[in-house]
Design a protein around this ligand. Structure first.
Ligand SMILES: [Zn+2]
Length: 353
């Protein structure tokens, strides 16, 4: 067990409960095998307030796996849509479709990306694949509930490609930030791909290709891609270091990193993949109301949204319709008209054409 989770010394007990994960090992392949044969049509970013909760879905609407199971917490704890209506259309239990016993990939260990595991037993009992990161001592107690089911993805430059079906696949990578630094920068990123030509395999084995780095990816094999970066600014997403891939116009969807936040990272939108000219959708997943204070008070940020538009991402959909676009300090540009008409809020679907 060479890989250990970086944690404060007091939490050694937790380290023993969390297994490291070698993406190349037979055990890992067996662990991931349940993904094989699952046809994916795209992703659904579920509106859970301030947080990310994203289902990768099959054509019959079932969740094949999840990327983050977060939700509003702390300053955003009342940002759920069901907290703002007396007759909610649904609550958390209806958000988690788990008829296929879906795995949960965690982008990183910030609370708004896994908080719903605390509130719903069905989520807590799922298998988790998560990044190796420093965990705040204040979170250790609540994390105990899911720790027995967690495997930690290795931290290296490799990008693992799993062929799910003859037509679709999945890239899994560890972002390049320092694992002892900001957790936003060193988490997992996923990319769904649709292949140009159907790759036919007759064996029952899980097809796993390991690219030793971003440059080793054969970008021409992909017809379309959907990027899920979590809260990682795009320059920490290793696969985007492949410039032919990043700027080839094949990305038809992504979720804006860090909920489209206006922050010192807005300049990272320059590293966003170039949007497909014919069809694309950028999802912004936030749920805070503009009168809320705190680190989530500036989502989406005008600079981040403009930066995304500069890369071709003109179709923007928010999970929350309540917050106006907040302009940067001392920046009077009005990118969105005032919200004089109701803006529909809800889940964001991004699907392969
Ligand atoms: Zn977040």
């Amino acid at each position: 067990m060479a890989n250990l989770l970086l944690m404060p010394a007091k939490s050694d007990d937790f380290v023993k409960k969390v297994a490291a994960f070698d993406a190349l090992s037979p055990a890992a392949r067996a662990h991931l095998k349940s993904l094989k044969g699952k046809k994916v049509i795209g992703v659904r970013a579920v509106h859970v307030g301030q947080g990310d909760f994203t289902a990768v879905r099959s054509e019959d609407g079932k969740a094949v796996f999840y990327f983050d199971v977060g939700g509003g917490c702390h300053a955003g704890s009342r940002s759920y849509p069901w907290h703002r209506t007396k007759t909610p259309a649904r609550t958390l239990g209806a958000c988690f479709e788990h008829s296929l016993s879906p795995y949960v990939f965690l982008s990183h260990w910030d609370h708004d990306h896994w908080f719903s595991a605390e509130n719903l037993t069905a989520i807590a009992q799922s298998h988790f694949i998560a990044p190796r990161q420093m965990i705040a001592p204040s979170h250790l107690k609540t994390k105990q509930r899911i720790m027995p089911n967690v495997r930690l993805w290795p931290r290296d430059e490799k990008i693992v490609e799993i062929q799910l079906t003859t037509g679709h696949g999945l890239l899994i990578e560890s972002c390049s930030g320092d694992e002892g630094g900001d957790p936003n920068h060193s988490g997992l990123a996923l990319t769904l791909v649709r292949y140009k030509q159907r790759v036919v395999r007759s064996t029952g084995a899980l097809s796993v290709a390991v690219h030793k780095d971003a440059a080793s990816i054969t970008h021409a094999r992909y017809r379309e891609l959907i990027l899920l970066p979590g809260d990682a600014p795009y320059h920490y997403v290793r696969s985007l270091g492949n410039q032919a891939l990043r700027d080839g116009g094949r990305y038809i969807g992504l979720l804006a990193y860090h909920h489209g936040s206006q922050s010192e990272w807005s300049s990272a939108t320059a590293y966003a993949p170039t949007a497909n000219a014919n069809t694309h959708r950028a999802g912004y997943t936030y749920g805070i109301k503009p009168d809320n204070k705190g680190c989530y008070s500036s989502m989406p940020g005008s600079d981040a949204v403009q930066g995304m538009k500069d890369k071709g991402w003109t179709d923007r959909k928010n999970t929350s319709g309540a917050a106006p676009l907040l302009s940067a300090l001392n920046d009077q540009r009005e990118l969105d008209p005032p919200r004089t008409t109701p803006v529909q809020e809800g889940d964001i679907d991004i699907e392969f054409p």
